[in-house]
Design a protein. Sequence first.
Length: 237
Amino acid sequence: MSSIKGSVAVVTGGSRGIGKALVEALYRRGAAKVYATARDPRTVTHPDAVPLALEVTDPGSVASAADQAGDATILINNAGVLVAASFLGSPVDDVRREFEVNFFGPLLTTRAFVPIIERNGGGHILNMHSVLSWITIPSAEAYSASKSALWSQSNALRLALRPRGINVTGMHVGYVDTDMAAGVEAPKTSPESVAQQALDGIEADAPEVLADDLSRQVKAGLAADLTMLYPQLAPTG
């Protein structure tokens, strides 16, 4: 079982939304230190957090952050972007941007921090997935694909890192009450609830956490006929 108390955590995208809630929850559970990363570290407002400049798509920035956080035992890959790129109607660079941030960003940070966490006696990595890892919608085609790829990355890393004393949790969430979902008219989970469930998952060494009913319903639908998740594909007439 992993313990938050006394741990040293790195939270990417730690200045607002879910990331900010994670920083607050980590300190409430007794973390010794939390590095909160942001492109502009001046946006980190938690009085006890250690602001850390990080652009997850820049290998140099990732390496610099790892050098500064050499005592880390937990890495939470929370930073992400929603460009709302479509496969047919958007510039390919927009599609690539979502993969650079949502897939390659966590890969770069994980590769940088695995040796550190291992050297510090082992620990935990949590990747922030999405219900859209399992289903796609027209307004988030590239985002869904990037999160699906991240889900696969987490599965692979879970197998590779367990023998090295590092457990991996994948966190799946639907709509969360943050800026990203501000225009969505649907039930939303609070960032605080997501953060609490994420830390519960870390402490339980859970391979997967489903934060809401929507995530649970969609995952259950993966075993059904494709029309269960995509009723528009059902035969007509």
